[in-house]
Design a protein. Structure first.
Length: 195
């Protein structure tokens, strides 16, 4: 079977605006099946108060069908108080199988805590942010102040860069490069494509 599932991990308080540009683009692409995931499959409420009826639980994620695993930011990553065993199973599985993972804002803290950013080019909200929240972080030589980066099957982005994050995800998923450029010029700079 073709790996065409895009799983989006959601949790109470996730930063909904970080996915706002991305979700419509993914939904319009018939090549992929978009599946929202929470720890147990229970509904979640975003930081902005949006109640989401989640599709499935982390336990039901199928790695052999996974095309991309997306993790948004949220206060949860900075608080570091949640039991993340089920998430670890999925993310480590994707990581060891070199399946793409996309993390924005605080979700980069989660990847840094697991050592997944130490050997690849990456970004986050700021270098001091990662160093301050992750005592074991060893990726400083590979840190870049870019808004979004893709390297070794991992996309990372600053929380102020949902457009750049979306652009990197679309590139990973094989969207037409001309379409990506036109889309980015429109939403980032307000430049409408010529008729």
């Amino acid at each position: 079977m073709e790996a065409n599932h895009i799983y989006i991990y959601l949790f109470d308080g996730y930063s909904d605006w970080e996915l706002g540009y991305l979700l419509p683009e993914l939904k319009e692409d018939s090549r992929y099946t978009i599946i929202t995931v929470s720890d147990t499959g229970a509904d979640v409420v975003s930081k902005g108060g949006l109640r989401v009826c989640v599709d499935t639980s982390l336990e039901e994620v199928l790695l052999d069908r996974l095309r991309l695993f997306i993790i948004p930011g949220g206060q949860m990553w900075e608080d570091n108080k949640s039991d993340l065993n089920h998430l670890d199973r999925v993310v480590y599985g994707a990581y060891t199988q070199k399946l793409p993972i996309a993390a924005i804002c605080g979700a980069t803290v989660y990847l840094a805590q697991r050592g997944m950013l130490d050997q690849i080019k990456h970004t986050s909200n700021a270098l001091f942010y990662l160093k301050g929240l992750v005592s074991t972080y060893a990726g400083e030589p590979n840190y870049s102040n870019e808004l979004a980066i893709s390297d070794a099957n991992i996309i990372t982005a600053s929380g102020i860069a949902p457009l750049e994050f979306t652009k990197e995800v679309m590139k990973e998923l094989g969207f037409n490069s001309e379409y990506i450029d036109r889309w980015f010029q429109l939403f980032k700079h307000g430049i409408f494509p010529a008729a």
